[in-house]
Structures are given as structure tokens and as C-alpha cells.
Design a protein around this ligand. Structure first.
Ligand SMILES: Nc1ncnc2c1ncn2[C@@H]1O[C@H](COP(=O)(O)OP(=O)(O)OP(=O)(O)O)[C@@H](O)[C@H]1O
Length: 275
């Protein structure tokens, strides 16, 4: 079954100019999909449509097979967790621990299990020593970490990340991406991540490229990155590992392009063992 189905979705903020234009895509359950696109291509608008924060002008969204509408929206939100780029409006608790606890209470997690879950999710995002801090007094990156901890604690079936690691330093980003990947592989959660981070895109199963409110391309990361000209026209980069891999091919060291560092290392290790 598909976790998310978007069919001929159109949306306009002012009732006249469509910023999402007849968009259709399906996201299989348990997959890790990334959405990329230039600034203003409609990525965040799609995220808001998917959780019913904005009403579609036409078209249909199905979450876990159920049509998203005014009646189903609250029930469906129990299955979908979202972390926004700017989590300021998402905090409810007066401390980091309270905030994570609030999500757990909403999901009816027994009181006696809460403390352990709060601590383990805060630890995963490197925020253990901030459990008693006020979320509003944290830095942008720390706020993003707390918002992600809230999601890691609940582990909803579908998780939407809207540029939710954009304020993290490179190491923080890599470590959170590893946590997200783990949630996907070990817990079989469906991940949909809006991102500018091409290293993250390389790690995903499937990529949707938006251009001016339309789906410009879909495919595996390698299929998308193969469209170098279109990517450049949309001002989208390719991952460092793929650039490196292309240099290795130019130097006739390897012959297959790959887009993650792990794959480059694997190729080089295989070469070493055969020489
Ligand atoms: N609240 C709003 N009111 C009116 N227009 C809006 C609003 N929010 C976004 N837009 C417009 O809708 C279009 C899509 O914006 P959106 O924020 O979805 O793009 P995005 O791909 O997420 O961009 P970015 O990468 O810069 O975050 C843009 O043309 C933007 O100007």
C-alpha cells in the first residue's frame, strides 16, 4: 500500500496564481523519499498540503489509503509527524523534556515509559543536557534538534521533514541524517524529506524534483543526478561523492558512477583487493 498518494493536486495562495500545478506522485510505505527543487518551487507548500494545514484547490491526497479532508485530518495527523524548518511555532512544553512528553501523552504512551523514551530521544539528537531548558531560549540548530527528538520519541508511521536540519552544522546534520536513516531501515517508517542537502538525497530511495510548482523529474538518486544539465538549470547541485566518483572515472580508476561516499570507498576497496 502507498503511504501517500497525491493525485492532480493544485493549490493557490491567492485563488488566482497556482503555485502547485497538477502534481501527482505516490510514496510507497516504508520508503525514504526526498523532495528537492529551487527556492520557491513549492516544496514547503506541498508539505503543508500533506498535513492539511492548507486546503487543496483541486485534486486529492490519500494518506494510508484514506482521503485527506476536513473530517479525516485530525485522525490522519496521528499517523503523520512533521518537523518544520523553523520549529518555533511547534513547541508546546515549557522545557525540552515537557515538550517531548507532550507528544508522547498525545500518543497515549504510558507514564512509566515516558522518562526513558524522553532521555533516549534527546540523547539521539545530542540534547541530553538541555532537558530542563526552555525551548524558546535555544539556538536555531538546537531547536531543530529538539523538534526532531519529539518525532524520534513518537516514531509515527509517516514522517515529513521540511528542511528540518537546515540550521545544523555539518556534523550535526550527518548524525541526525543517520538517526533518520535508522528509523527508516530498522523501524520501517515512511520518510518524506524536503531538503537541499544532496548527501541526504543520495541516501534516499526515491527523489521528486519540483520546478515552478510542477513535478519536473522523479527517479532514484542516480537517475536524477544523471540529468546534469537540468539540475544545473534548476540551480541544484550533485553530491560531493558523485563529483569525486566522476573524477575517478575520468582518471580511468573506476568505471561506474556512484553517489555516496560508502559506495566510492567500496569501489576503491574492491580495486585494491584485485590488484
Ligand atoms: N503564505 C504565502 N502567501 C503567498 N504566497 C506564498 C506563501 N508561501 C509561499 N508562497 C509562494 O508560493 C510559492 C512556493 O513557495 P514554497 O515556500 O512552497 O517554496 P519552497 O520550494 O519551499 O521554497 P524554499 O526552498 O525557498 O523554502 C512561491 O512562489 C512563494 O512565493
Amino acid at each position: 500500500m502507498d503511504a501517500i498518494q497525491v493525485m492532480n493536486l493544485t493549490f493557490s495562495y491567492d485563488g488566482q496564481n497556482d503555485v502547485i500545478k497538477d502534481v501527482s506522485f505516490s510514496i510507497p510505505k516504508g520508503s525514504y523519499t526526498t523532495i528537492i527543487g529551487h527556492n520557491g518551487s513549492g516544496k514547503s507548500t506541498i508539505a503543508k498540503l500533506l498535513i492539511g494545514l492548507l486546503p487543496a484547490k483541486s485534486g486529492e491526497i490519500r494518506i494510508l489509503g484514506k482521503t485527506l479532508n476536513e473530517e479525516s485530518v485530525y485522525e490522519l495527523r496521528n499517523h503523520v509527524g512533521i518537523v518544520f524548518q523553523n520549529p518555533d511555532n511547534q513547541f508546546i512544553g515549557s522545557t525540552v523534556a515537557d515538550d517531548i512528553a507532550f507528544g508522547l501523552e498525545n500518543h497515549c504512551v504510558p507514564q512509566e515509559e515516558m522518562q526513558a523514551i524522553i532521555e533516549s530521544s534527546a540523547k539521539k539528537v545530542g540534547m541530553m543536557e538541555y532537558l530542563d531548558s526552555e525551548p524558546t531560549k535555544l539556538s536555531g540548530g538546537q531547536k531543530q534538534r529538539v523538534a526532531i527528538a519529539g518525532i524520534l520519541a513518537i516514531e509515527p508511521e509517516i514522517i515529513l521533514f521540511d528542511e528540518s536540519t537546515s540550521m545544523l552544522d555539518p556534523q550535526g546534520k550527518a548524525s541526525i541524517n543517520a538517526q533518520i536513516k535508522q528509523l527508516h531501515t530498522q523501524k520501517d517508517r515512511t520518510i518524506l524529506s524536503i531538503t537541499h542537502d544532496m548527501e541526504e538525497v543520495a541516501q534516499s530511495d526515491f527523489v521528486i524534483v519540483l520546478k515552478d510548482g510542477e513535478v519536473a523529474m522523479t527517479g532514484s538518486p542516480m537517475e536524477i543526478f544523471a540529468h546534469a544539465k537540468e539540475m544545473e538549470e534548476m540551480k541544484l547541485d550533485i553530491p560531493f561523492a558523485l563529483k569525486f566518483s566522476k573524477e575517478l572515472i575520468k582518471e580511468k580508476i573506476t568505471d561506474q558512477p556512484v553517489c555516496t561516499l560508502e559506495e566510492v570507498v567500496k569501489q576503491l576497496c574492491q580495486l585494491k583487493s584485485t590488484t
